[in-house]
Structures are given as C-alpha cells and as structure tokens.
Design a binder for this molecule. Structure first.
Ligand code: SF4
Length: 79
C-alpha cells in the first residue's frame, strides 16, 4: 500500500484528492475517503493537495495513525 489517508480526513472529506488522482483509486467511505492499495501508483498527487494533511506514504504515517493502513485494506476487502 503506497499512500494512506489518516484521521484528519474524518468528518472533513474535502475530496480534493479524488479530483487529482490519475488512476481514480480514491473512494468515499462513511466517515472518510480511502485509497485503494492495489491500484494506487504512488504518484503523490493526492498528498500535495490535501487541505488537512491527511495523506501520507505508508512508510511515513505518523505515530498513532498506523491503524488507518489496515482500515483502508479492510474497506476494500469488504466492498
Ligand atoms: Fe492516486 Fe497518486 Fe494518491 Fe495513489 S498517490 S491515491 S495514484 S493520487
């Protein structure tokens, strides 16, 4: 999983990332948006436009935010 959307997206859901993703791999969930780990091409475009700095490369996810990696995996597994 290259990029992950973390807690600042909760209840914010600005959706700027959806517009810039070149492979259309960001989907809206109930409380946040999610990046499909199987489709993301690791371009970083979404990270640059997120107004609440919610998007991180998997290896740079801040401490305490790690659960959002699994949350995204679960979201796509349960669709
Ligand atoms: Fe889409 Fe690029 Fe963000 Fe991956 S890193 S979700 S491909 S905009």
């Amino acid at each position: 999983m290259p990029f992950v959307i973390t807690s600042p997206c909760i209840e914010e859901k600005a959706a700027d990332c959806v517009d810039v993703c070149p492979v259309d791999c960001i989907a809206e969930g109930e409380d946040q948006f999610y990046i499909d780990p199987d489709i993301c091409i690791d371009c970083g475009a979404c990270e640059a436009v997120c107004p609440v700095d919610a998007i991180f490369h998997e290896e740079e996810v801040p401490e305490g935010e790690e659960k959002y990696i699994q949350k995204a995996i679960d979201f796509y597994n349960n669709r």
